[in-house]
Design a protein around this ligand. Structure first.
Ligand SMILES: [Zn+2]
Length: 259
């Protein structure tokens, strides 16, 4: 699933071409099932200039001159394509100079006019051990589920939450409110570090969740993954899965490196 780094990488590729361009049309492509604003609502952007591309959490925000923004969420399997044609295209944006489409085989993505309420991002300059401590305080839920709750912390999904917990040496099933202040400090740093590193490496392209940037290029962060989706960790130890489901899946961890 595309997480904060993959959206940021997509934004960086799209911004130079789209900023200042004029949006001509946007529409849901046949067979037509995609969660989106109504056709009438989408028409409000036609003929307007694209002011800026920004990002919040896992959402790409196309800011418009004189109309509400066009906000894209790629769901489980979506990717954005610039000036190309792909399979499973669900949504199309035409501008004066470009064509942008969303390819989304599993159709969990959506197009919005307004952002939902989102928590702070780990790469926000205001995110610190203290911020994270306030978020986790008193909570009994597994720390991994809390990190992936977009209303609390925005941008981390399964891959980067798994990696950040490994780097901080914390097991994913621990109750969020039971972490020591030292552990919280390590976790705040590792959350920011894994996201920044992945942006720098162009996002994660893993076998089962094949992210490609809008020009069709794979990212290199998948090769830097230490535990996610692996049987043996980068640390050299055999990895384990939690018995219980955390955010719908069993979580990978290293029993030797994580406490
Ligand atoms: Zn280990």
């Amino acid at each position: 699933m595309p997480e904060l780094p993959e959206i940021e990488v997509s934004r960086l590729v799209l911004a130079p071409g789209l900023e200042g361009d004029t949006l001509l049309s946007c529409r849901v492509l046949p067979p037509g099932f995609y969660r989106n604003p109504s056709a009438r609502e989408l028409k409000r952007r036609a003929g307007r200039a694209i002011r800026r591309l920004s990002r919040r959490g896992k959402y790409l925000v196309i800011e418009m001159e004189g109309s509400p923004p066009l906000i894209l969420h790629l769901g489980m399997s979506g990717r954005i394509l610039l000036d190309g044609h792909g399979s499973h295209e669900r949504f199309e944006i035409r501008t004066a100079r470009h064509r942008v489409s969303i390819c989304d085989p599993r159709r969990f993505g959506r197009v919005l006019s307004r952002l939902p309420k989102l928590g702070i991002e780990p790469i926000d300059p205001g995110f610190s051990a203290r911020t994270l401590g306030n978020i986790l305080r008193g909570r009994k839920a597994p720390v991994k589920a809390l990190l992936m709750d977009q209303r609390l912390v925005a941008g981390l999904g399964n891959i980067y939450a798994t990696e950040a917990l490994f780097e901080a040496g914390i097991r994913p099933g621990r109750a969020g409110g039971r972490l020591s202040s030292k552990e919280i400090a390590r976790l705040a740093l590792s959350c920011a570090r894994v996201l920044r590193r992945a942006i720098r490496l162009g996002g994660s392209t893993l076998v089962d969740e094949a992210f490609l940037d809008p020009l069709g290029r794979p990212g290199r962060a998948g090769g830097a993954v230490a535990v996610y989706g692996r049987a043996i960790g980068r640390c050299g130890h055999p990895l384990r899965l939690t018995r219980r489901l955390i955010a719908g899946r069993r979580a990978t961890y290293c029993p030797a490196c994580q406490r």
